[in-house]
Write a new protein. Structure first.
Length: 114
């Protein structure tokens, strides 16, 4: 990690492939690494359960200019960053100002315990 946009995330997509000899579909995995991201921690206080606050750790990912993350990330995908697996915690948002300067994608992710 170097500088504000020095992070890289890897998007792992699992799809069902051709069936094997027993007719069971085989899982295919494709990966796509996106460099030039900024990953920052965000604390979110969740619902109160039994008089205790539930704290959910989330991370904000700001993608590099010119990469449209909503075309790359699906709700079923796993996002790998810094040796840990995460999943989407929000929809991917695209920001495109009128002059085109500073356009980028943002998403929130949380640890994946599936």
């Amino acid at each position: 990690m170097t500088g504000l946009h020095g992070d890289a995330i890897t998007i792992i997509r699992r799809t069902m492939g051709e069936p094997d000899v027993d007719g069971q579909p085989q899982e295919n995995t494709t990966t796509r690494t996106v460099t030039g991201c900024s990953v920052q921690p965000v604390t979110h206080a969740g619902d109160v359960l039994f008089e205790q606050d539930i704290i959910l750790g989330r991370w904000r990912v700001i993608g590099p200019q010119g990469i449209i993350l909503s075309d790359l990330v699906d709700g079923d995908d796993t996002i790998e960053w810094d040796g840990h697996n995460y999943r989407l915690a929000s929809a991917v948002q695209e920001y495109t100002p009128a002059d085109g300067l500073g356009s980028h994608s943002e998403l929130y992710m949380m640890e994946d315990h599936r």
